[in-house]
Design a binder for this molecule. Structure first.
Ligand SMILES: NC(=O)c1ccc[n+]([C@@H]2O[C@H](COP(=O)([O-])OP(=O)(O)OC[C@H]3O[C@@H](n4cnc5c(N)ncnc54)[C@H](O)[C@@H]3O)[C@@H](O)[C@H]2O)c1
Ligand SMILES: O=C(O)[C@H](O)COP(=O)(O)O
Length: 526
């Protein structure tokens, strides 16, 4: 019989499902090394945010087939290590949406009416009505940062309470924002205009320390911030300074850079600060939802069936998967690449499957390309199941084309996306050994393998340009791994694709654009 380890508190409804197919052991509070010590006994692991599934744990997991995260964020799982080891990671992208949204709303109202401190004061024997004078949210402006599942629900409810809603989300269409009754604005306007700011973004390179000394300085003295998304999106030291010096009026935090929250100056502040111990998903309803959602997926995978919400591999039948797997990787890589070239707010996306791929069984490739396209915005929240729905909700117009004519390669995938940086296209194919090749970029023929860090330039095909760009990169200590020039006619327009070993340093793109003959330059991180 299969063995499942449950290493965080999970609702009984989930344990019951797992027990139908496996022996279930519940052992909570394990450190990574304790977990690494026992994980080789198990076929499946079910967790929440408490368990750290580190590389060490995954290395030791010799029999593990699936890690089930009863919740959304998989920040505590080393997903790349799990993927390398062939372990499916599943989550429950929607099971706790309402719980987290309601917690954010409860935080907003609690801050406005000093509920935690007033309650404490009364229980300590006082009847202090004057001290706890509050303010109304009615007719106030709420700035929502991240208009995804949770942000949308917060916006809808807040709107019903008579609030004016501003939203910042570079990956959401105007149409979607209109549907929700929100005005899409730049981040700066969120900072300067909002009476309340609520954060509902994943933690990424772009969102880390999004609220910092500089952004806090732009806010109204009456502004209040709510964070029920992820720790590290607010610089906690800068927030303390702003609150202690009454630069802003309040903050309510459910998540922290380090959890559990230990020593923190925030704890010394008064009724202008509310702190809760990561309770966003802690409702009876949400815990039943996520436990059932994830336990069913673990059960299915242990029975050899596909998972419906896999973070790292598609939820498809093993047969189809086997045939399509290399092309899924190709489609996803190309989707990610063209999405970055096209910029934010992609409006339209065309997927053309060429050669043998143009048959009806290759629908998952379209999904993989969409997943790649959305991966910058949604990270682990986009999967093979929800990619098409997420794209639709973002107002992206998807078209599929099938072209049975084999060109230079027997199978290839062409993607075209239009966003804030215009229309861009890329074609890719697989070599016999399964290696990916980018064979066309913006309709220029090239032949390059994708790389973590890439630099593209559009320029006039004339002597000296390549040397000048090479020298510039050298001056900035950037090591070039490969270089390719694609052109349609001699001395016409050309594209150059460089793969580089490290991220491009700040400022270098501006220098490249100053080289005479260069018309555009952009970078991509895959
Ligand atoms: N406190 C809790 O217990 C709790 C519970 C559930 C979820 N969460 C967290 O809440 C957050 C939101 O979850 P969700 O389910 O709504 O996710 P979601 O993927 O549906 O929405 C996230 C939104 O953020 C947007 N986004 C991405 N990068 C952005 C950027 N740089 N600037 C502005 N917007 C950006 C995306 O376009 C997307 O619309 C996640 O961090 C999740 O882990 C916390
Ligand atoms: O990502 C999530 O689902 C939330 O942060 C909830 O985490 P929890 O399951 O540990 O409460």
């Amino acid at each position: 019989m299969a063995k499942v380890l449950v290493s965080d508190p999970i609702d009984e409804a989930g344990i019951k499902i797992l027990s139908q197919v496996a022996q279930v052991d519940v052992k909570t509070g394990l450190s990574p090394s304790e977990l690494a010590g026992i994980i080789s006994d198990y076929d499946a692991l079910m967790i929440r945010s408490g368990t750290q599934v580190t590389e060490e744990v995954i290395e030791a997991a010799t029999h593990l087939k699936i890690i089930g995260r009863a919740g959304v964020g998989v920040d505590n799982v080393n997903v790349p290590a799990a993927t390398r080891k062939g372990i499916v990671v599943v989550n429950s992208p929607e099971g706790n949406t309402i719980a987290a949204a309601e917690h954010a709303l409860a935080m907003m109202l609690s801050l406005s009416r000093h509920i935690p401190d007033a309650n404490q004061s009364l229980k300590e024997g006082r009847w202090d009505r004057k001290k706890f004078m509050g303010s109304e949210v009615y007719k106030k402006t709420l700035g929502v940062v991240g208009l995804g599942k949770i942000g949308s629900h917060v916006a809808t409810v807040a709107k019903a309470m008579g609030m004016k809603i501003l939203a910042y989300d570079p990956f959401i269409s105007q149409e979607r924002a209109n549907q929700l009754g929100c005005t899409l604005v730049d981040l700066d306007l969120i900072f300067t205009e909002s009476d309340y700011i609520t954060l509902h973004v994943p933690k990424t390179k772009e969102t880390a320390n999004l609220i910092n000394a500089e952004s806090l300085a732009k806010m109204k003295p009456t502004a209040r911030i709510i964070n029920c998304s992820r720790g590290g999106i607010i610089d906690e030291d800068a927030l303390y300074e702003a609150l202690a010096n009454e630069k802003i009026a309040g903050a309510a935090l459910d998540v922290f850079a380090t959890e559990p929250l230990g020593e923190s100056s925030l704890k010394s502040l008064g009724s202008n600060v509310i702190l809760t111990p990561h309770l966003g998903a802690s409702t009876a309803e949400a815990q039943v939802n996520v436990a059932i959602d994830v336990a069913e997926q673990i059960r299915d995978v242990l029975l050899g069936l596909p998972a419906r919400s896999a973070v790292n591999i598609p939820g498809l039948s093993p047969d189809v998967m086997e045939k399509l797997r290399p092309y899924m990787r190709l489609a996803e890589t190309l989707g990610n690449l063209v999405g970055q070239l096209a910029g934010d707010r992609v409006e339209s996306f065309n997927v053309t499957l060429q050669g043998d791929l143009a048959d009806n069984n290759s629908q998952p490739l379209v999904v993989a390309a969409i997943k790649g396209l959305l991966s910058k915005a949604l990270r682990e929240r986009v999967n093979y199941v929800n990619a098409a729905i997420e794209a639709k909700e973002r107002g992206i117009h998807i078209t599929e084309t099938r072209d049975t004519t084999a060109k230079d390669y027997s199978n290839s995938i062409y993607l075209e996306a239009t966003g804030t940086k215009g229309t861009h296209s890329v074609t890719g194919a697989l070599l016999n050994d399964g290696e990916i090749r980018i064979i066309n970029l913006d309709n220029y023929p090239v032949n390059v393998p994708p790389n973590n860090y890439m630099l593209f330039t559009l320029h006039r095909d004339m002597p000296g340009i390549i040397g000048k760009i090479g020298s510039l990169l050298g001056n900035f200590n950037v090591n070039i791994a490969s270089m390719q020039v694609g052109r349609k006619i001699v001395r016409g327009d050309a594209v150059m694709v460089l793969t580089i070993d490290d991220p491009l340093p700040e400022g270098i793109l501006g220098e490249i654009l100053k080289v005479p003959g260069v018309t555009d330059a952009y970078t991509v991180t895959l």
